[in-house]
Each structure stands twice: as structure tokens, then as C-alpha cells.
Ligand binder design. Structure first.
Ligand code: C5P
Length: 236
């Protein structure tokens, strides 16, 4: 597999073309960002930890029947993935109230959401990823009815796999964000699943182990990502 030109550079990952048009290389950098890129730091080892973390989760999901773009790890910071045509949407699943949900509705942090709450946002740093519903997505041609149904079903299927996986390892999967893309006639889960895009609390103490540590200047960000990884059995 030959690594070719850079196709896209996001806030924490860079995507490179390969000699196969249907595959790209996803490179995890050591960047950490929050508040739509306003806060930005380099954190040593973060790229490596997130690359292996993402591979572990994507393989668990694929094994449980949740199709996704992941193919294989190439080295500590690179993974080979299918080249998706990404939809400009963020699918959020919440098991416990936290973050923007609490700010938006005045809900107390920690409220259990059963069944889990599913939300859609429009992916735009400039607009601060505004909360939308399916009608907006259809009206602005961001996704078809069928695609919206698949994304919601797959987002909940992810929860059915990961919520128990985290709980068995002594952690609560509070919420997470997913992104999907088109591949042939299919909608597949793309992007990443790492502690950058989910909230994870210790099940006993409710200690924060995810990117909120970076957002809130709590320190030990990568160390906490490694704690989650080790508890889940990710080989780092
Ligand atoms: O900020 P909010 O509470 O809406 O975030 C819900 C979940 O989605 C959190 O786990 C957060 O890390 C993730 N998220 C993300 N990228 C965004 C927005 C939210 O990874 N742009």
C-alpha cells in the first residue's frame, strides 16, 4: 500500500490518498482541540493511543455486525480505511445527560436517559455544529430519508455493543458522536471512535476519563485515555 498526497487535514487527523482509489490512510496526529478549534495543544502519544483505540473499537463493532470503514492498522499513527464520501452530519447518542444537553435544556448532569437519546448536528465549526432535526437534513439535501434511518439505527446498534463493553470494564459510556459516509450504495460508519469523541466515566467514582479532561484543564489527558484503553484490553 503506497501512501500518496494529502487529501484533507482536519483538527486531529490527516487523510492521505493511496494507490487504491477506494482506500485512504487515516493519520492520527498528536493534536488536541476543543471549543471548535479555539483551544489547541500538542499532547505526546495521543495520536498513537487514539489510532490503536479506534482500531480496537471498530473491530469490535464490525464483529458485532456494525459495518464501518476500518480495514487495518498500518503503524502506530496510521490506519487504512475505506474512502467514504462523508455526510456533513454528527450523530450523537446519550446514555447519561452531560455537556451541551444540560446547557441547552437546563437538565441536571448525570440524569440517566433510557432509552438513549439520539441527536443530529450539522458539522460546521463556524456555526458551532448546530443541533438540527431530520427535516433540516432533508431540506438542505444533506442526507436522504433512507440514509437518516440507517444512521439512527446504526448509532443505536453501536450503543448496544459498546455500552455493555464499557460497563464490563468498570466504565460508563455517557455519550458519543459518530459520523457516517457513503460507500458505493451503502452508508458506513466512518471517522473515529476514541475518547476525543465520547464521554467515559468511572462506573464507581464517576471520575471523568475522556476529552472533558482537556476541555476543563484537568490534566492527565492521554494518561486517562490509556486507562480507558487498558481497562478495555486495547493493546498499546
Ligand atoms: O458537547 P456535547 O455534549 O453535545 O457532546 C456530546 C458528545 O459528542 C461528547 O462525547 C462529545 O465529545 C462528542 N462531540 C464530538 N464532536 C463534536 C461535538 C460533540 O466529538 N463536534
Amino acid at each position: 500500500m503506497e501512501k500518496r498526497n494529502e487529501l484533507y487535514s482536519g483538527k486531529v487527523k490527516t487523510i492521505y490518498a493511496t494507490d487504491d482509489k477506494k482506500k485512504v490512510i487515516m493519520h492520527f496526529r498528536d493534536d488536541a482541540t476543543a471549543f471548535d478549534g479555539v483551544k489547541h495543544e500538542k499532547l505526546q502519544r495521543k495520536g498513537m493511543v487514539n489510532n490503536h483505540f479506534n482500531a480496537f473499537i471498530m473491530e469490535k463493532l464490525a464483529a458485532a455486525g456494525v459495518g464501518n470503514h476500518f480495514e487495518k492498522v498500518l503503524n502506530d499513527n496510521d490506519s487504512l480505511v475505506k474512502h467514504l464520501d462523508m455526510l456533513p452530519l454528527e450523530c450523537i447518542v446519550r446514555n447519561i445527560a452531560a455537556g451541551s444537553l444540560c446547557r441547552r435544556y437546563g437538565i441536571k448532569e448525570g440524569l440517566e436517559l433510557n432509552p438513549p437519546l439520539y441527536e443530529l448536528c450539522y458539522k460546521s465549526d463556524e456555526l458551532h455544529d448546530p443541533f438540527i432535526n431530520e427535516c433540516h437534513a432533508r431540506a438542505f439535501d444533506w442526507a436522504s430519508d433512507e440514509e437518516l434511518v440507517v444512521m439512527q439505527q446504526q448509532s443505536i446498534a453501536v450503543n448496544n455493543v459498546l455500552k455493555p463493553l464499557f460497563l464490563e470494564a468498570g466504565m460508563l459510556l455517557v455519550d458519543y458522536k459518530l459520523e457516517f459516509g457513503r460507500f458505493g450504495g451503502e452508508i458506513l460508519l466512518g471517522d473515529e471512535f476514541t475518547p476525543d469523541g465520547c464521554r467515559v466515566w468511572d462506573a464507581e467514582t464517576r471520575e471523568i476519563l475522556d476529552k472533558d479532561r482537556f476541555r476543563k484543564d484537568m490534566g492527565d489527558v492521554v494518561e486517562s485515555y490509556e486507562i480507558i484503553a487498558k481497562r478495555l484490553g486495547v493493546g498499546i
